[in-house]
Design a binder for this molecule. Structure first.
Ligand code: NAD
Length: 257
């Protein structure tokens, strides 16, 4: 397991912070949760994969808890944020990480599936921001990190609803950065490249297959690891990023260069 020192940060850097990570049961979200915890934060892991999420929270320790949260449902967000506040205090950092993927040709993409991916990836991000804004205003500020994708930076064949949803996250985040600046709430976007998580590596496709199929794209010659994204998420949440809002940060091993 990664440790706090991987990033060269103080172990207590996020002490007193209350961090909510959506989609934290596995993959990148789980790594973000582990790292915030290791750096002293109280962490709420929110997801729909209840067994995995609860087990990770229990493994982390008393400053972590798991909550069932379908990001498409504003009422579940309201309840998750209230429960977080009761348990740890007002949310100071939100990582809108939950996401699903849909790949299809523009001609054949099913409108219902298209709406579903927009609902999770884009509307889910809006729901999360709306749920935490009142508390962040009250506490005098906060940080939001919204996860887009390099698929939200350029078109890709067969992108289905995924690319559009991730382009949308960039637009939504820029608007939110403008709307929330007066409240000292910083909003930034991270655009991961191809990352070694269950979204990409499946029983049918090994990490090696995923790399080989795209080998020409990687200037840094490996698949991204969740920790590569965690490093920038923690930076953007930290005081070291206090002058950064409305920013977009591509972490893709050079793919989009
Ligand atoms: P993952 O599939 O391992 O994790 C996604 C998590 O989101 C899962 O735990 C899943 O249960 C959760 N989730 C899905 N729908 C949800 C919902 N309605 N409510 C709450 N939680 C829900 O994938 P990952 O790679 O860790 O993805 C994390 C984020 O990074 C996603 O937004 C994804 O689109 C983005 N991303 C991934 C890659 C990649 O190559 N893996 C590249 C670019 C961007």
């Amino acid at each position: 397991m990664s440790t706090a020192t991987d990033r060269g940060t103080d172990v207590g850097e996020f002490e007193g912070q209350v961090v909510l990570v959506s989609g934290a049961a596995r993959g990148q979200g789980a790594e973000h949760a582990r790292a915030f915890y290791a750096n002293g934060a109280s962490v709420v892991l929110a997801d729909v994969m209840d067994d995995e999420g609860a087990s990770l929270a229990a493994h982390l320790g008393p400053r972590a808890t798991y909550l069932h949260l379908d990001v498409t449902d504003p009422h579940q967000w309201e309840s998750a944020v209230a429960q977080t506040q009761d348990r740890f205090g007002v949310v100071s950092v939100l990582v809108n990480n939950a996401g699903i993927v849909l790949r299809d040709h523009v001609l054949s993409v099913d409108p219902a599936q298209f709406m579903r991916v927009l609902d999770v990836n884009l509307v889910g991000t809006l729901n999360g921001m709306q749920a935490v804004i009142p508390g962040m205003r009250e506490r005098g500020g906060g940080a939001m990190i919204n996860i887009s994708s390099m698929g939200g930076l350029h078109g890709r064949p067969g992108s289905g609803g995924y690319g559009p949803s991730k382009w949308g996250v960039r637009g939504l985040s820029a608007s939110a950065a403008l709307d929330l600046a007066a409240d000292s709430v910083r909003v930034n976007v991270v655009l991961p490249g191809l990352i070694d998580t269950p979204m990409v590596v499946t029983p049918e496709r090994t990490a090696q297959d995923a790399y080989q199929r795209n080998a020409d794209h990687f200037l840094i010659r490996r698949l991204g690891q969740p920790r590569d994204i965690t490093n920038i998420v923690l930076f953007l949440a930290s005081d070291a990023a206090s002058y950064i809002t409305g920013g977009e940060f591509v972490v893709d091993g050079g793919w989009t260069a």
